[in-house]
Design a protein around this ligand. Structure first.
Ligand code: ADP
Ligand code: MG
Length: 151
């Protein structure tokens, strides 16, 4: 499987990349965001929302698990950090297979419920506010998306 690496030196770089990605997303696309607290998962989602034409400000859904935004497509923003039981069926499928785009922060916590094909974005904290983003596409669709935004 191929990997795509991107160095971000400031929040705007992270959002620039995710905005580009957001502008290309289609119904049913699923993104898994992984990284420590403060790595930039929610910041990445903010850019993605911009690319999807969402006007409302996106902030962390930590206490609600799922927040929905309306843009060119619906955006379902999940943060499953507080999901206690990874097997508990909270109806995630309805979102993954729906007409919108789903972004899941801490997605590995519900890994058994994730679709086979998705785009994982790993965010690593670096020095002086830098971040290393490693994109891992699973499936041709996501592979093509990565090539397009990295070119
Ligand atoms: P997470 O959702 O992973 O916990 P957040 O996106 O909520 O992380 O927080 C990341 C914080 O780090 C924000 O305050 C953001 O402004 C800051 N930051 C600094 N540099 C970067 C960068 N290069 N990319 C993303 N966020 C950055
Ligand atoms: Mg967050």
């Amino acid at each position: 499987m191929s990997q795509f690496e991107f160095i971000s030196n400031q929040p705007e770089d992270t959002m620039g990349l995710s905005k580009r990605l957001g502008s290309l997303l289609q119904p049913g696309d699923v993104l898994a965001l992984e990284g420590d607290l403060g790595a930039g998962k929610t910041t990445f989602t903010k850019g993605l929302a911009q690319g999807l034409g969402v006007i409302r400000n996106v902030n962390s859904p930590t206490f609600t698990i799922i927040k929905e935004y309306q843009g060119r497509l619906p955006l379902y923003h999940m943060d499953v950090y507080r999901v206690e039981d990874s097997f508990e069926d909270l109806g995630f499928d309805e979102y993954f297979e729906g007409n919108g785009v789903t972004v899941v922060e801490w997605a590995h916590l519900i890994k058994d419920q994730l679709p086979d094909e998705l785009l994982t974005v790993n965010l690593y904290l670096g020095d002086n506010g830098s971040r290393r983003l490693v994109l891992e596409p699973k499936g041709m669709r996501y592979e093509e998306l990565c090539k397009e935004i990295m070119s």
